[in-house]
Design a protein around this ligand. Structure first.
Ligand code: FAD
Length: 240
């Protein structure tokens, strides 16, 4: 890992985001073993006595790049967001909407496996898909996925249009889809019975990966507070 982005203190009352170059400002890391996303390494980062040049403030870097038209591979709408909100706020709209749609992908895979299994597995003389309680689970799973997908697409559409509502929509998409993926993958394991709990099938992985979705890039709680701040407006921040 050569670069890190971290939130640091700018002055007594203000924090800021910093791009930290390992060669210029050395820091230590240690691996963080986690419940899911095991295809992607995560490290804890330790910045003891780490000094960072002033020009490495993310806001300054992004504003400088935007003013020179040097923002990489960015739709005009996304670039516009950098001119109407702070660079970090604008930057985070995309990964949050993306996390929302990633949650939809995990949930969709678990749902499709469940539909297939519900047609194949027979108990009490009929496929479990003919039991009403299984049908209710499939209905709930499908509804959560459809709703989460629409919210994710709406957030991406707002980003592409440079609509300031992208902040609210991407925060809502991240919470709703992440929490929906947890519920959907829980039901998917239930539908698969003991097979769902085994490591022979990917259901337990979907469940563990879904559980990851509610913390990185902003916890569900912070996403709810940010969404509601955008609804109520200035003077109503619950976290500042
Ligand atoms: C896999 C992974 C990858 C990550 N990648 C990065 C990365 O690339 N860059 C980076 O900077 N960070 C990264 N993070 C860190 C991640 O952004 C933080 O873990 C996350 O923002 C939550 O912070 P925290 O863990 O310190 O929890 P805390 O902030 O300590 O929160 C603990 C609990 O308190 C709640 N809480 C906190 N404040 C409030 C409040 N004001 N009101 C209500 N509830 C509150 C939280 O919602 C949570 O439930 C990553 C984390 C993981 C797990």
């Amino acid at each position: 890992m050569r670069y890190g982005i971290c939130r640091g203190k700018r002055s007594r009352n203000r924090s800021t985001d910093l791009l930290i170059e390992k060669e210029v400002s050395p820091w230590e890391t240690s691996p963080l073993h986690k419940i899911g996303w095991n295809a992607s390494d995560t490290g804890e980062m330790f910045f003891d006595n780490c000094k960072v040049p002033k020009e490495n403030e993310m806001g300054a870097i992004l504003q400088n790049a935007a003013s020179k038209g040097q923002m990489p591979a960015m739709s005009p709408g996304y670039a516009k967001l950098f001119t109407i909100m702070t660079p970090t706020t604008a930057l985070l709209t995309l990964p949050r909407a993306g996390m929302g749609l990633m949650s939809v992908g995990i949930a969709q895979a678990a749902f499709e496996a469940s539909v297939k299994y519900a047609k194949e597995r027979v108990t009490f003389g009929k496929p479990i898909g003919r039991h009403q309680l299984i049908q209710n689970m499939l209905y709930e799973m499908n509804l959560l996925i459809e709703t989460a997908r629409l919210l994710g697409y709406k957030a991406i559409d707002a980003i592409n249009k440079g609509d300031p509502d992208a902040r609210r929509l991407s925060s809502m998409a991240k919470v709703y889809s992440g929490e929906s993926a947890v519920k959907v993958t829980y039901h998917a394991i239930q539908i698969h019975g003991a097979n769902g709990l085994s490591q022979e099938l990917p259901l337990e992985r979907y469940f563990r990966d879904a559980r990851m979705q509610t913390v990185p890039d902003g916890t569900s709680e912070m996403m709810k507070l940010i969404s509601t701040y955008t609804i109520l407006g200035k003077g109503f921040s619950a976290y500042a």
